[in-house]
Write a protein that binds this ligand. Sequence first.
Ligand code: 3NM
Length: 220
Amino acid sequence: MPRISKEQMQSLLKLYFIMGSNNCRIEPELVLQQAIEGGISIFQFREKGTDSMAGEEKYQFAKQLKSICISQKIPFIVNDDIELALALDADGVHIGQDDGSVKEVRKRIGDKILGVSTHNLEEVHSAIADGADYLGIGPIYTTTTKEDAKKAQGTTLIKELRRIGIEIPIVGIGGITSENAAPVIENGGNGVAVISEISLADHPLENTRRLLNTINDSFI
Ligand code: 3NM
Protein backbone atom coordinates (compact mmCIF):
# COMPACT_ATOMS: atom_id res chain seq x y z
CA MET A 1 0.00 0.00 0.00
CA PRO A 2 1.35 3.45 -0.92
CA ARG A 3 1.30 6.41 1.51
CA ILE A 4 -2.17 7.84 2.02
CA SER A 5 -3.04 10.75 -0.29
CA LYS A 6 -3.62 14.25 1.05
CA GLU A 7 -7.26 14.14 -0.07
CA GLN A 8 -7.96 10.81 1.60
CA MET A 9 -6.26 11.95 4.79
CA GLN A 10 -8.26 15.18 4.86
CA SER A 11 -11.54 13.34 4.66
CA LEU A 12 -10.54 10.82 7.35
CA LEU A 13 -9.77 13.63 9.79
CA LYS A 14 -13.29 15.05 9.71
CA LEU A 15 -14.37 13.54 13.04
CA TYR A 16 -11.48 11.88 14.86
CA PHE A 17 -12.42 10.01 18.03
CA ILE A 18 -9.71 9.19 20.57
CA MET A 19 -10.24 6.97 23.60
CA GLY A 20 -8.69 4.73 26.22
CA SER A 21 -10.25 2.72 29.05
CA ASN A 22 -9.87 5.53 31.60
CA ASN A 23 -11.79 8.01 29.42
CA CYS A 24 -15.05 6.10 29.72
CA ARG A 25 -17.85 5.82 32.24
CA ILE A 26 -19.51 2.92 30.46
CA GLU A 27 -18.07 -0.04 28.53
CA PRO A 28 -15.48 1.36 26.07
CA GLU A 29 -16.62 -1.10 23.40
CA LEU A 30 -20.12 0.31 23.64
CA VAL A 31 -18.85 3.89 23.43
CA LEU A 32 -16.81 3.05 20.33
CA GLN A 33 -19.73 1.30 18.67
CA GLN A 34 -21.98 4.30 19.28
CA ALA A 35 -19.31 6.70 18.06
CA ILE A 36 -18.98 4.70 14.84
CA GLU A 37 -22.75 4.60 14.40
CA GLY A 38 -22.83 8.37 14.96
CA GLY A 39 -20.36 8.96 12.14
CA ILE A 40 -16.74 9.18 13.33
CA SER A 41 -14.28 8.88 10.45
CA ILE A 42 -11.17 7.56 12.25
CA PHE A 43 -10.31 6.18 15.70
CA GLN A 44 -7.20 6.45 17.88
CA PHE A 45 -6.45 4.01 20.69
CA ARG A 46 -4.84 6.08 23.47
CA GLU A 47 -4.28 4.07 26.63
CA LYS A 48 -2.49 6.56 28.88
CA GLY A 49 -2.43 8.17 32.33
CA THR A 50 -3.95 7.18 35.66
CA ASP A 51 -5.22 3.58 35.89
CA SER A 52 -4.36 2.82 32.27
CA MET A 53 -3.74 -0.76 31.16
CA ALA A 54 -0.35 -2.19 30.25
CA GLY A 55 1.14 -5.38 28.82
CA GLU A 56 -1.12 -8.23 27.78
CA GLU A 57 -4.26 -6.55 29.13
CA LYS A 58 -3.59 -3.48 26.97
CA TYR A 59 -2.84 -5.66 23.94
CA GLN A 60 -6.09 -7.64 24.26
CA PHE A 61 -8.13 -4.47 24.80
CA ALA A 62 -6.57 -2.80 21.76
CA LYS A 63 -7.18 -5.92 19.68
CA GLN A 64 -10.84 -5.90 20.69
CA LEU A 65 -11.30 -2.22 19.74
CA LYS A 66 -9.42 -2.78 16.48
CA SER A 67 -11.77 -5.58 15.50
CA ILE A 68 -14.76 -3.27 16.06
CA CYS A 69 -13.14 -0.64 13.84
CA ILE A 70 -12.20 -3.11 11.10
CA SER A 71 -15.70 -4.55 10.94
CA GLN A 72 -17.05 -1.03 10.33
CA LYS A 73 -14.21 0.09 8.03
CA ILE A 74 -12.94 2.75 10.44
CA PRO A 75 -9.14 3.23 10.38
CA PHE A 76 -7.48 2.25 13.67
CA ILE A 77 -4.58 4.42 14.84
CA VAL A 78 -2.39 3.71 17.89
CA ASN A 79 -1.08 6.51 20.10
CA ASP A 80 2.68 6.39 20.84
CA ASP A 81 3.11 2.62 21.07
CA ILE A 82 4.82 1.65 17.83
CA GLU A 83 5.37 -1.96 18.95
CA LEU A 84 1.65 -2.35 19.58
CA ALA A 85 0.75 -0.72 16.25
CA LEU A 86 3.03 -3.15 14.41
CA ALA A 87 1.89 -6.18 16.42
CA LEU A 88 -1.76 -5.40 15.63
CA ASP A 89 -1.04 -4.29 12.07
CA ALA A 90 -2.85 -1.04 12.87
CA ASP A 91 -3.58 1.48 10.13
CA GLY A 92 -1.22 4.02 11.64
CA VAL A 93 0.32 5.70 14.65
CA HIS A 94 0.08 9.10 16.29
CA ILE A 95 3.06 10.51 18.17
CA GLY A 96 3.78 13.61 20.24
CA GLN A 97 6.96 15.65 20.45
CA ASP A 98 8.37 13.48 23.25
CA ASP A 99 7.79 10.13 21.60
CA GLY A 100 11.00 9.82 19.61
CA SER A 101 12.09 11.00 16.20
CA VAL A 102 9.40 11.36 13.55
CA LYS A 103 11.90 10.18 10.92
CA GLU A 104 12.68 7.04 12.91
CA VAL A 105 8.98 6.23 13.40
CA ARG A 106 8.31 6.75 9.69
CA LYS A 107 11.07 4.26 8.91
CA ARG A 108 9.62 1.67 11.29
CA ILE A 109 6.01 1.90 10.13
CA GLY A 110 6.60 2.12 6.39
CA ASP A 111 3.56 3.52 4.59
CA LYS A 112 1.14 3.38 7.51
CA ILE A 113 -0.56 6.64 8.50
CA LEU A 114 1.64 8.87 10.67
CA GLY A 115 0.18 11.72 12.72
CA VAL A 116 2.26 14.13 14.79
CA SER A 117 1.18 16.58 17.52
CA THR A 118 2.68 20.01 16.88
CA HIS A 119 2.43 23.29 18.77
CA ASN A 120 4.43 25.85 16.79
CA LEU A 121 5.78 26.60 13.33
CA GLU A 122 9.15 24.97 13.93
CA GLU A 123 7.58 21.67 14.99
CA VAL A 124 5.24 21.85 12.00
CA HIS A 125 8.08 22.26 9.49
CA SER A 126 10.09 19.40 11.04
CA ALA A 127 7.10 17.03 11.19
CA ILE A 128 6.31 17.66 7.52
CA ALA A 129 9.96 17.21 6.45
CA ASP A 130 10.24 14.00 8.49
CA GLY A 131 7.21 12.29 6.98
CA ALA A 132 4.00 13.17 8.85
CA ASP A 133 0.74 12.50 6.97
CA TYR A 134 -1.24 14.84 9.18
CA LEU A 135 -0.76 17.19 12.13
CA GLY A 136 -2.68 17.41 15.37
CA ILE A 137 -2.76 20.99 16.65
CA GLY A 138 -3.83 21.87 20.16
CA PRO A 139 -4.98 22.43 22.67
CA ILE A 140 -7.47 24.64 20.87
CA TYR A 141 -9.49 25.14 24.06
CA THR A 142 -8.84 24.32 27.70
CA THR A 143 -8.94 20.59 28.36
CA THR A 144 -8.80 18.55 31.54
CA THR A 145 -8.45 15.24 29.72
CA LYS A 146 -4.70 15.46 28.99
CA GLU A 147 -2.74 15.77 32.22
CA ASP A 148 0.22 17.67 30.72
CA ALA A 149 -1.67 19.72 28.11
CA LYS A 150 -0.18 23.06 27.12
CA LYS A 151 -2.01 26.39 27.36
CA ALA A 152 -5.02 26.73 25.06
CA GLN A 153 -4.08 28.56 21.85
CA GLY A 154 -7.38 28.83 19.98
CA THR A 155 -7.17 28.54 16.21
CA THR A 156 -4.26 30.99 15.80
CA LEU A 157 -1.68 28.44 14.61
CA ILE A 158 -4.05 26.65 12.21
CA LYS A 159 -5.02 29.97 10.67
CA GLU A 160 -1.37 31.05 10.33
CA LEU A 161 -0.35 27.76 8.70
CA ARG A 162 -3.05 28.08 6.05
CA ARG A 163 -2.18 31.76 5.52
CA ILE A 164 1.41 30.87 4.67
CA GLY A 165 0.29 28.10 2.32
CA ILE A 166 0.94 24.94 4.34
CA GLU A 167 -1.41 22.32 2.96
CA ILE A 168 -0.81 19.26 5.13
CA PRO A 169 -4.04 17.81 6.59
CA ILE A 170 -4.71 19.26 10.06
CA VAL A 171 -6.96 18.20 12.91
CA GLY A 172 -7.64 20.49 15.89
CA ILE A 173 -7.76 18.98 19.38
CA GLY A 174 -8.41 19.96 22.97
CA GLY A 175 -11.66 20.92 24.69
CA ILE A 176 -13.69 20.66 21.49
CA THR A 177 -17.47 20.21 21.70
CA SER A 178 -20.33 20.66 19.25
CA GLU A 179 -20.70 24.20 20.65
CA ASN A 180 -17.17 25.36 19.79
CA ALA A 181 -16.03 23.12 16.90
CA ALA A 182 -16.97 25.51 14.07
CA PRO A 183 -13.96 27.90 14.27
CA VAL A 184 -11.54 24.98 13.90
CA ILE A 185 -13.00 24.17 10.48
CA GLU A 186 -13.64 27.80 9.49
CA ASN A 187 -9.97 28.62 10.09
CA GLY A 188 -8.57 25.81 7.97
CA GLY A 189 -8.74 22.61 10.00
CA ASN A 190 -9.83 19.50 8.11
CA GLY A 191 -11.53 18.10 11.16
CA VAL A 192 -11.72 17.93 14.93
CA ALA A 193 -10.38 15.33 17.36
CA VAL A 194 -12.22 14.71 20.61
CA ILE A 195 -12.05 12.48 23.63
CA SER A 196 -14.48 13.55 26.37
CA GLU A 197 -17.18 15.09 24.18
CA ILE A 198 -17.97 11.53 23.09
CA SER A 199 -16.35 9.25 25.69
CA LEU A 200 -17.96 10.89 28.72
CA ALA A 201 -21.29 11.72 27.09
CA ASP A 202 -24.49 10.41 28.63
CA HIS A 203 -25.46 9.52 25.07
CA PRO A 204 -22.32 9.03 22.94
CA LEU A 205 -24.38 8.38 19.79
CA GLU A 206 -26.29 11.66 20.09
CA ASN A 207 -23.18 13.70 20.90
CA THR A 208 -21.34 12.21 17.93
CA ARG A 209 -24.21 13.04 15.57
CA ARG A 210 -24.45 16.58 16.94
CA LEU A 211 -20.72 17.14 16.53
CA LEU A 212 -20.75 15.77 12.99
CA ASN A 213 -23.61 18.10 12.07
CA THR A 214 -21.67 21.11 13.40
CA ILE A 215 -18.60 20.09 11.42
CA ASN A 216 -20.57 19.53 8.21
CA ASP A 217 -22.24 22.93 8.60
CA SER A 218 -18.86 24.64 9.11
CA PHE A 219 -17.25 23.67 5.80
CA ILE A 220 -17.88 26.48 3.37
N1 3NM B 1 -3.85 16.12 22.95
P1 3NM B 1 -10.68 16.38 25.11
S1 3NM B 1 -5.27 17.94 24.00
C1 3NM B 1 -4.96 14.00 23.61
O1 3NM B 1 -3.05 19.58 22.80
C2 3NM B 1 -4.86 15.46 23.60
O2 3NM B 1 -2.10 17.95 21.74
C3 3NM B 1 -3.93 17.44 23.09
O3 3NM B 1 -9.30 15.59 25.04
C4 3NM B 1 -2.96 18.40 22.51
O4 3NM B 1 -11.31 16.26 23.77
C5 3NM B 1 -5.75 16.34 24.24
O5 3NM B 1 -11.47 15.62 26.15
C6 3NM B 1 -6.96 15.94 25.03
O6 3NM B 1 -10.38 17.78 25.53
C7 3NM B 1 -8.23 16.03 24.24
